[in-house]
Design a protein around this ligand. Structure first.
Ligand code: NAP
Length: 239
């Protein structure tokens, strides 16, 4: 049985991850920023522990990892860095605060969690870290400069940590979703959404469970010799 910590588990892809790991028989704790109602619903449905924590705050992350260890009955063995925010707009209009919000959540938050969780994994000589990137981190998205930069940063973080932590028995991989049906895309207008689907070779929007399946694979015994890899779950969009 894994002890799994997932950031951003209250909604969307993260909630699907909580459900999938819980169904797998793993002990699961998840972090969320502010949506108590959604977090409590996922927790009561799955039996997972919900912990309120803004991942962009390193002190809050330290406390949250300790709380997760208590809730899980031991150190985290699988960490999934999924919490993320997006911002759409011209780069010339992007404020310092918006730039920092996106980078601090998507990239720094993942780093803070990796830093806190790795000590126990190194001691156990066993661990799995899975980062949720985005196809925009590979291709870049117009009018999403901070988001694309944060997700490209996760590629570097994944590969560097895979090399650093491999000798300690820890694998580090990244899943890059394409267009997935969650609230994150609620701001997309119908034409943009249709255009993205048309550009997707598999001709559909993805579901959170499509992403969960890839994450569960990286956490499984079948993936024990795979590290530093970046797997697109995007219907072929970024090929
Ligand atoms: P979502 O539906 O908007 O859910 C975001 C989740 O992240 C929520 O649980 C939210 O908590 C949490 N969160 C946001 N900021 C946080 C913070 N500072 N600290 C802790 N938790 C925070 O997003 P999603 O579509 O499921 O996306 C999940 C991940 O997949 C993100 O990293 C996103 O970039 C990536 N992704 C998504 C798509 C897509 O098309 N949906 C495509 C590629 C990549 P609250 O509920 O409390 O707000």
């Amino acid at each position: 049985m894994n002890r799994v910590l997932i950031s951003g588990g209250s909604r969307g892809i993260g909630a699907a991850l909580v459900r999938a790991f819980a169904k797998n028989g793993d002990a699961v704790a998840f972090l969320y920023r502010e949506n108590d109602t959604a977090a409590n619903a996922v927790a009561s449905e799955t039996g997972a522990a919900a912990i309120r924590c803004d991942v962009s705050c390193p002190d809050a992350v330290r406390v949250a990892v300790k709380k997760a260890e208590t809730a899980l009955g031991g150190a985290v063995t699988v960490l999934v860095n999924n919490a993320g925010v997006s911002h759409i707009g011209l780069s010339r209009d992007l404020s310092d605060a918006e730039w920092r919000r996106v980078i601090d959540t998507n990239l720094s938050g993942a780093f803070y969690l990796c830093r806190e969780a790795q000590g126990a994994m190194i001691a156990a000589k066993n661990g799995r870290i899975i980062n949720i990137g985005s196809m925009w981190g590979k291709t870049g998205a117009s009018c999403e400069v901070a988001y694309s930069a944060s997700k490209a940063g996760l590629r570097g973080l994944t590969m560097a940590l895979a090399k650093e932590l491999g000798p300690s028995g820890i694998t580090v991989n990244c899943v890059e979703p394409g267009l997935i049906d969650t609230e994150m895309n609620a701001a997309l207008d119908a034409d943009t959404r249709e255009a993205l689907i048309e550009e997707t070779p598999l001709c559909r929007i993805g579901s959170p469970s499509d992403v969960a399946a890839a994450v569960l694979f990286f956490a499984s015994d079948a993936a024990s010799f795979i590290t530093g890899q970046i797997l697109g779950v995007d219907g072929g969009f970024a090929v």
